[in-house]
Each structure stands twice: as structure tokens, then as C-alpha cells.
Design a protein around this ligand. Structure first.
Ligand SMILES: Nc1ncnc2c1ncn2[C@@H]1O[C@H](COP(=O)(O)OP(=O)(O)O)[C@@H](O)[C@H]1O
Ligand SMILES: [Mg+2]
Length: 195
């Protein structure tokens, strides 16, 4: 079996979840990353065709995760059933997600803040819920991108527009902005999303 290596701020997979790996020929983390990337492209193509403002519901959130990881993990599109170092109590995921989706729809309808702020706050709250065993960061960035485009904005850059080429540094900046958002200040994450 493959030994998982975890990037900074990534959620370890528990052994039960690791049993759900679909491609049996994969034996290294690099192979897994490449395989996941290809699968994720299919999810990205799918979400780009959805009118997500009208359809912001649990079904859409889970279907995107399923399409991003359905050739990789048997549990793609299903909520986690164990505790992680990030994320709310797993028994509360469905309720917290419903709450977030309702709030976000309300913010969109009533234009209570800028569209960037709505989408970035949505991203942050979604990773905080941490609905899935893995892939939460990539899923929540993709759905925030689809949301901002549907709202008439430009896709986010998530730190890729700077002179910084070291991906570890970009990741550090992302995590640091998320931690600041955890404390209630969303501004650094909004900057990072457009950097
Ligand atoms: N302190 C934090 N607050 C909010 N979200 C966090 C924090 N630390 C990490 N995250 C989110 O969790 C993600 C890692 O979870 P994981 O399920 O492994 O996603 P992925 O597999 O896509 O990297 C990070 O990319 C980030 O979005
Ligand atoms: Mg991960």
C-alpha cells in the first residue's frame, strides 16, 4: 500500500478511508497526485457548466466532489465519518453545510457585501466545515471559482499571480490567510485569492 505524504495543512487520511483508493496500480504519492489531477479536470469541466447560484445545495456540493475524485476514491462525494484536526464534529456536517449554503444564497440575493467577499467567505466556511475525508481545499477553491464567475466576477488566482514560484511559500501564505480568517479577519484571504 502507498504511504501518504501530507503537504502542510493537509488532512491525514485515516486507514479506513485509505482503503477506498480505486486505482490499484498506484504506489507513490507522485503517481496519486498526477492521477488526482486528471480526475479533478473532469470535475472542473462539469462545474463550469452549472448555474450554481440557482443550484447552491448539498447535492451540487457533493456532486462536484464526486466528479473530482470518482476515479480515485470510493468515498468521493460522501461526507466524512471521522474526526479530523480541522473541521467541525462530523455528525454536524449536513446541518452546517445547509446553513452555509442558505446564508450564501441570502448574501447573493441581498448583495450584502462585494461578490469577492461573498465567494471568499464561502470558501473559508466550507473548508472549516471540512465535509469530506480529503480534497476539501481543492474542492472549495473550485466551487468558489465557479461561484465568482457565475456572479459576474473573474476566476480567483489563489496566489498564483505573484513572483513567488516556490509552491511551499504560496501554500504557507494561503494557510496563514486562512488562520487569520479563522480569527475573524477575512481581508488577507481576499488579498491572497486575487494575488
Ligand atoms: N486553519 C485552517 N482554517 C481553515 N481551513 C484550513 C486550515 N488549515 C487548512 N485548511 C484547509 O484544509 C485544506 C486541506 O484539507 P484537505 O481535505 O487535505 O484538502 P486537499 O486534499 O484538497 O488539500 C487546505 O487546503 C485548506 O483549504
Ligand atoms: Mg489532502
Amino acid at each position: 500500500m502507498i504511504r501518504f505524504e501530507y503537504p502542510l495543512g493537509a488532512t491525514p487520511i485515516d486507514p479506513d478511508e485509505a482503503l477506498g483508493l480505486i486505482p490499484k496500480h498506484i504506489s507513490t504519492q507522485a503517481d496519486l497526485n498526477a492521477w488526482e489531477e486528471l480526475n479533478i479536470v473532469e470535475g472542473a469541466n462539469w462545474i463550469a457548466r452549472q448555474k450554481i447560484i440557482q443550484g447552491l445545495n448539498e447535492g451540487l456540493v457533493r456532486e462536484l466532489h464526486r466528479r473530482m475524485f470518482n476515479q480515485t476514491w470510493l468515498w468521493a462525494g460522501t461526507f466524512r465519518k471521522s474526526a479530523k484536526n480541522i473541521g467541525i464534529d462530523w455528525t454536524q456536517i449536513a446541518v452546517a453545510l445547509k446553513n452555509l449554503l442558505d446564508n450564501t444564497s441570502y448574501q447573493i440575493t441581498n448583495k450584502v457585501m462585494s461578490i469577492d467577499e461573498i465567494a471568499v467567505r464561502f470558501h473559508h466556511q466550507l473548508v472549516l466545515i471540512h465535509a469530506f475525508p480529503n480534497g476539501n481545499g481543492r474542492h472549495a477553491r473550485l466551487i468558489a471559482d465557479a461561484l465568482i464567475v457565475n456572479l459576474g466576477g473573474k476566476r480567483f488566482s489563489w496566489g498564483s499571480n505573484t513572483a513567488i514560484t516556490n509552491l511551499d511559500v504560496v501554500r504557507q501564505n494561503y494557510l496563514s490567510a486562512l488562520r487569520t480568517a479563522d480569527k475573524g479577519d477575512i481581508a488577507p484571504l481576499m488579498d491572497f485569492a486575487r494575488q
